[in-house]
Write a new protein. Structure first.
Lengths: 511, 513
């Protein structure tokens, strides 16, 4: 028997035969994410554990046979994060229970395989929310994936990124013992998981944004917020295509509407024009589109307060005629945005489909990254300049958006959601992958902070030489401490083995 | 030459002779913190580095000679955190520069030895704030100390703990190489330190609440918030001494007035009575005050006067509903105090706070037991505290006072910190008894599910003694510690982490009660 077959047998003994498979049919089903930029990757086996103890058993067996492992949540991933060539794919979606919703102490305990959609559908009717509502793919994306990718999402302007609402995790370390540890207040075995800091150093951090390299998260402890009953959507369009103004307006709104600002995002003019051109039903009057569109959502616990917020937003946005109120019906009479914001799964989680993601049938090279507020204007020049300079390297028919959406995050940073695409044909894939990495290097070097790093982005950060040698050594040392055989998600960050020389991946400045 | 003398020479040649000493006069000056519960501890060497590179040099030399190190900020510490018996004491207060205040991108970069007082004074004058204003001892306490202790402070009800405003750190690892790393977005050497998550796993966490065991923080990157131009302060007194009501009101305020409340602090009735009793005769009001229950102190902010008015009304409505509480003015017990309508925010309020309200007289032994609990457990915890005092009365030093808390401060999401402790007279025969009952009480709190934060030596050890950490967690903790500090030189007593093969289980205390 091969070591894979032996491992299969042992895992089967440990967790039963119902939720383990090595059949091609299932391998094919798990061979890709949303994005076909990567070749299909077939795991040796796919397991669907139901408990932290089962995960721990699998980890022990993987270590015994030195087989690599990749954890997978919803697979709603564009960066090669949750597939594996060979090895064990751990599909964690059976661990999808909401274990506790503690309204008294404003926290909840969930298994990491629960989707954002399922959790919020439970919380919102009770008058609670996680604040940040997870990635735009929360329809199938899991809590565990949100934490591993330190994702932004709905509500991030006010509540921050997903790790900001995390009070700790239960995690299985990829070591020989398959150690199960709990972080946050739960590091005290007598304590409820009610707060993050204290008890011990904040080990939670190690597993936030780790892209599944440092442990397999099995439970998450999350903050709950009372969901303020008053919410309003506002929309404006800038009167000039001026990104300095995008920064200035964001800065002002942050300053004067800070507490009430649930969401604020900009859609570049080009995209609005495209939407207008593609509208099946055209308005009677030709729309006047001159600059980026700005969508703002404010919230408050009292109607009088929300009225003041609306007034302030209006005042800031329309001062000196910088922007004017905008109604999507100006470009398409069927597009109605309700003034009052309400929780709708569809609104939150199908968001990616029309606006951001280029058709998934295509190769999508996503380049979402964060930048400081004040660098907006510069980036709005530098980013398109890259595309122009490298226009010959884009595939025929490829569409590149340096920004599809620009969303405001705390304290003063934007996430620039963008990417480019290509046709999903053999000869375009390799070229796209090369250009993608190049573009990521460029962004890293102008100071972008990427977050859902998966394989392609985490590797590009290393290639760009962003990490100092000391940092890289520290990272490897920590990795080795929890994963002595480098079995968990080995390709990410080019972390293959302790003595692998990462400098061979460095790519010199290419401009 | 002894290894200490050799190390001294080497450090002197690395950083110069001006800021290194082994003179008894200086050793004595650095031999204690605020709290005399611990014996005075004399370091072998006291160094005051000025740069990260100097810290790194010192760490390398300490590793070469296997000499232990303890970092020290303001020394405004009650838990044995920033002194060392022998070894090298690193006084970091020369690293006190504000390097950047980036108003455009709402963050700042500071050296970790700067005090909260100095930073917040500078920020407030420009209309910005760090949100949480650091510990009540921010007069001398440093940013580095606030991060190492994962401290709460004024503003915490709204902005969370000190680590919540941290976007990353520059830190010197205690390894033989004295490695300098930066976390947060600064892990990308091309990027500014403008956000915490992304770029790499959140290694910042390792150094939050680590009590100086994982690294020596030299720079911190912190969030800035616009300072709310309208601030108010209101007081309400409960009509019954009822902690179930304290919880319910705290929960309701979080729900209905969430965004506005900077800090929600509750003074137990006995504390208000004590405060009333200690008022100078000439400021005592004629009418004897009617004090019936805990006192709510609510400080809140808004960005518009109309919003302020709504919040004021909402708070009044919640607090006075069903006649549970009534508006209160400190003038009822002390004529010298201002009316809440005339209250103005000053930094004095934050940073001298400890002096009047919390800390028992510093010449006394104060055994602090600040810990966080879920808000719904408050009534139970209050009862347990009384019971513990009753059951262990004979073990307290004579005349020792033990209160549930001097204050209770609400934190996000739904937890509160019980700021309290025991004190005793600072005389030889009471030290040992005080230390013993202190650890016992801490273990008791750990076992009812408390989360302590400024852990220093006494609290971090008590958590281990209570058996709170699972063996697997403790192994993981040691493994991580060994990764950054292979010789176990940095702050070695804390958490009973003395060496890699040291058996901590011998410290576990099977109690008790």
């Amino acid at each position: 028997m091969s070591k894979v077959e032996e491992a299969y047998k042992e895992i089967e003994n440990a967790i039963g035969s119902d939720y383990i498979t090595d059949k091609d049919f299932m391998k094919a089903a798990y061979s890709r994410n949303v994005d076909p930029a990567f070749p299909d990757r077939w795991a040796d086996m796919i397991v669907k554990p139901e408990s932290a103890e089962e995960v721990s058993d699998i980890v022990k067996i993987a270590n015994k046979y030195k087989i690599h492992m990749v954890p997978r949540g919803g697979g709603a991933d564009l960066v090669g994060g949750s597939v594996t060539e060979g090895g064990i794919l751990l599909d964690l979606t059976r661990m999808n229970k909401i274990l506790e919703v503690n309204e008294d102490d404003y926290y909840c305990v969930v298994e990491c395989g629960v989707t954002w959609g399922a959790l919020l559908s439970e919380l919102i009717p009770r008058g609670y929310t996680t604040g940040v509502t997870g990635p735009g793919s929360g329809y199938s994306a899991t809590i565990g994936g949100g934490l591993s990718n330190s994702t932004a999402g709905g509500g991030s302007a006010k509540y921050g990124l997903v790790p900001d609402i995390c009070l700790g995790v239960e995690v299985v370390l990829p070591n020989l013992q398959g150690s199960i540890i709990r972080t946050g207040a739960a590091a005290n075995k007598y304590a409820a998981p009610f707060c993050r800091y204290g008890v011990a150093p904040d080990f939670t951090g190690l597993f936030m944004g780790d892209v599944g390299t440092l442990g397999i998260k099995t439970k998450a402890f999350l903050k709950l917020f009372p969901d303020p009953p008053f919410k309003k959507n506002l929309m404006y369009i800038l009167n000039k295509n001026d990104f300095q103004k995008v920064f200035e307006l964001s800065h002002e709104v942050r300053k004067w509407v800070n507490d009430g600002l649930l969401g604020m995002s900009f859609v570049p003019l080009l995209l609005i024009q495209m939407m207008a051109a593609q509208a099946k039903e055209k308005p009677a009057k030709r729309p006047r589109l001159k600059g980026p569109l700005c969508a703002i959502t404010v919230e408050a616990t009292d109607e009088r307060i929300i009225d003041v917020y609306v007034e302030k937003v209006n005042e800031i946005m329309t001062k000196d005629n910088v922007a004017r109120p905008f109604d999507l019906r100006e470009i398409n009479p069927t597009l109605e945005v309700p003034e009052k914001w309400t929780f709708k799964m569809k609104n939150l989680f199908n968001y990616f489909h029309p606006l951001i993601s280029v058709a998934p049938a295509k190769v999508t090279c996503t380049t979402c990254h964060k930048i400081p507020f004040s660098s907006m204007e510069e980036i709005s020049k530098v980013a398109p300049a890259f595309d122009i300079k490298h226009k010959d390297e884009f595939q025929p028919g490829s569409l590149s958006l340096w920004a599809g959406v620009i969303a405001v995050l705390p304290n003063g940073n934007f996430v620039v959601v963008g990417g480019f695409n290509a046709d999903n044909v053999e000869e375009q894939r390799e070229n796209s992958m090369r250009l993608w990495h190049k573009k990521l290097h460029h962004q890293v070097r102008y100071g972008g902070a990427h977050y859902w790093l998966g394989e392609s982005i985490s590797q590009s950060i290393v290639e760009a030489g962003a990490y100092t040698p000391d940092f890289m050594q520290f990272f490897k040392d920590i990795k080795r401490t929890v994963d002595p055989h480098f079995l968990l998600s080995p390709n990410k960050f080019h972390l293959h083995a302790y003595d692998d020389d990462y400098t061979k991946y460095l790519v010199k400045e290419e401009e | 030459m002894s290894k200490v003398q050799e190390a001294y020479k080497e450090i002197e040649s690395a950083i110069g002779a001006d800021y290194i000493t082994d003179k008894d006069f200086m050793k004595a000056a650095y031999s204690r913190n605020v709290d005399p519960a611990f014996p005075d501890r004399w370091a072998d060497i006291i160094v005051r580095p000025e740069t990260t590179e100097e810290v790194s040099e010192i760490v390398k030399i300490a590793n070469k000679y296997k000499i232990r190190m303890v970092p020290r900020g303001g020394g405004a510490d009650l838990v044995g955190g920033s002194v060392t018996e022998e070894g090298i004491l690193l006084d970091l207060t020369r690293m006190n520069k504000i390097i950047e205040i980036n108003e455009e991108d709402y963050y700042c970069v500071v050296e970790c030895g700067i005090t909260w007082g100095a930073l917040v004074s500078e920020l407030h004058s420009r209309g910005y704030t760090t949100g949480v204003l650091g510990p009540g001892s921010g007069f001398s306490a440093t940013i580095g100390g606030g991060l190492s202790n994962a401290t709460a402070g004024f503003g915490s009800t709204k902005f969370g703990l000190v680590p919540d405003i941290c976007l990353g750190v520059e830190v010197v690892l205690p390894n033989p190489e004295g490695t300098i790393i930066r976390t947060g977005s600064a892990a990308n050497k091309y990027a500014q330190p403008f956000c915490r998550y992304g770029v790499a796993p959140d290694f910042t966490g390792l150094f939050m609440g680590d009590v100086g065991t994982m690294g020596i923080k030299t720079k911190a990157f912190l969030r800035l918030f616009p300072l709310g131009p309208f601030q108010s302060h209101r007081f309400y007194m409960l009509k019954k001494n009822d902690y179930q009501k304290v919880y319910e009101l705290g929960h309701e305020l979080r729900k209905k007035v969430g965004d506005a409340i900077l800090d929600l602090v509750v003074y137990p009735l006995v504390v208000v009575q004590l405060a009333a009793g200690s008022v100078e005769q000439k400021f005592k009001p004629e009418k004897r005050p009617r004090l019936k229950g805990p006192l709510f102190s609510i400080r809140f902010e808004a960005f518009d006067q109309r919003i302020m008015d709504v919040y004021t009304e909402l708070i009044e409505e919640i607090m006075t509903k069903d006649d549970v509480a009534r508006p209160f003015e400190w003038q009822e017990v002390n004529l010298e105090t201002e009316l809440s309508k005339d209250w103005k925010f000053t930094l004095k309020y934050n940073f001298n706070f400890f002096h009047m309200a919390i800390s028992p007289a510093p010449p006394k032994i104060s055994c602090t037991t600040c810990h966080k609990i879920p808000i719904s457990t408050l009534p139970e915890v209050a009862a347990k505290n009384t019971e513990f005092f009753k059951n262990n009365n004979k073990d307290y030093p004579p005349g020792a006072v033990d209160l549930l808390g001097m204050i209770l401060m609400f934190l996000p999401n739904g937890n509160l910190v019980v700021v309290g402790g025991i004190h005793a007279d600072n005389i030889d025969e009471q030290h040992e008894a005080a230390m013993r009952i202190w650890h016992k009480k801490l273990r008791h709190q750990v076992k009812y599910g408390a989360a302590h934060y400024w852990l220093g030596e006494s609290i971090s050890q008590s958590i281990v003694e209570a058996g709170a950490y699972e063996p697997e967690f403790m192994q993981f903790f040691k493994d991580i510690k060994k990764t950054v500090d292979p010789n176990f030189l940095l702050s070695p007593n804390k958490f009973h982490l003395n060496s890699y093969d040291y058996d901590y289980t011998k410290h576990i205390v099977t109690e008790e009660e």
